[in-house]
Every structure is written in structure tokens, then in C-alpha cells.
Design a binder for this molecule. Sequence first.
Ligand SMILES: C[S@@+](CC[C@H](N)C(=O)[O-])C[C@H]1O[C@@H](n2cnc3c(N)ncnc32)[C@H](O)[C@@H]1O
Length: 187
Amino acid sequence: MAEMSRVGRWLVNAGNARRSRRLLDSIGNRLPLPSSPRLLELGAGRGGLSALLQQRYRPGHLVVTDYDPRQVEAARAYLSGELGPLPPTIELRPLDARVIPFGDGSFDGVFAINMLHHVEAEHSEYRERPGVLRQIRRVLSPGGCLVFRDFSRTRDVRQTLRELGFIPLFEKPGWRGRYLGVFQSPS
Ligand SMILES: C[S@@+](CC[C@H](N)C(=O)[O-])C[C@H]1O[C@@H](n2cnc3c(N)ncnc32)[C@H](O)[C@@H]1O
């Protein structure tokens, strides 16, 4: 795993808000979230999805994280621009998804968009992801949901989620192996 290059960050961040809006539109009202949900976003990048999560779900707690502190600062700037002064319910912090430092059942929803493959030394490997998925399962409340999108080894991700007891609620395969899924953790 390595931090992205400056050009890589620019490319990823440029279309982030537009892609995030499309993603939430695809999911529609299929997320079984309580009111004022507690949400965690892993590998949030520039924060385009975070801003939409705040606007659409009015979370009681929204934790916006990324491995790269520069991305966290980019997200802070973007969110402040979109939302104005940030409420105390929004927390931004650097975080490596391989070590999720929250207690069991801390969140009603976890978002991992285009980031799971980044936890591997090589994107094609599947060594670190099972551990990350186990931690996501741990920090989700019973019945909480994971939203993930990726293009790499998604068949293996889904298999691991099934082994962990997750139930698929919504699946949208895309071109060239791209995949979007909503999975509910066991109650
Ligand atoms: C391709 S970008 C996706 C950003 C955003 N979610 C989106 O869809 O536009 C991947 C992000 O994951 C972050 N990342 C890489 N390794 C990570 C890790 N181990 N834990 C958390 N985030 C990580 C990168 O810094 C980058 O911001």
C-alpha cells in the first residue's frame, strides 16, 4: 500500500462529487438506516460523498477518514465549502482501514467506495481485505449496512462478506468488473 501520487490524487478527487451523487442515486432509499444514523466513511478522499451523506441522512455522527492526511485536509476544505462551518457531529481524521479504532457496534453504516483494493500492497492481492471486512463487521451495529464499490477482486469481497454473515440488499454490477453493493450485517 502506498499513498497516491499528486496526479493520482487529482484524478481521483476531480470527479469525486459527481460520482458520489450518482452512487447515492443508484442506491436510492435502499439503505436501512435509522434516523440520525452513525456513519463511517473509509478512504473518503476529497469528501464528495461525505457532504452528500451529511445532507441526505443528517447523521448523528459522521466520521470521515482517509489513510492520507492530505486527503483528510482536502475533505475538510471541501466540506467547509459545501456545508459552511462544520457541526460537531462531523469528525475528520486520518485512519488506516486495516486498523479501525472504534468499539463494537459503533456505526449504523460504513462506506468503502473505491478504496478496498488500496489496502493491499498490490491491488490484485487479497491479503488485507478479509481483515478489513472483519473489522467493518465488528464496528457495525447488528443490522447495520456496508456500502462498497470497487473493481478489483469483488467476487472475493462478496464471498468474505457472505462468510461473515452479511446479507446482500442491493447489487449493481458495472462494466469491466466494477461493482456496487449494499450488505447488511447479521442482526
Ligand atoms: C481511489 S481513492 C477513492 C476516494 C473516494 N472514496 C472516491 O470514491 O472518490 C482511494 C482512497 O483510499 C485512500 N486509502 C488508501 N489506502 C488506505 C487505507 N489503508 N485505509 C484508508 N484509506 C486508504 C487513499 O488515500 C484515497 O484517498
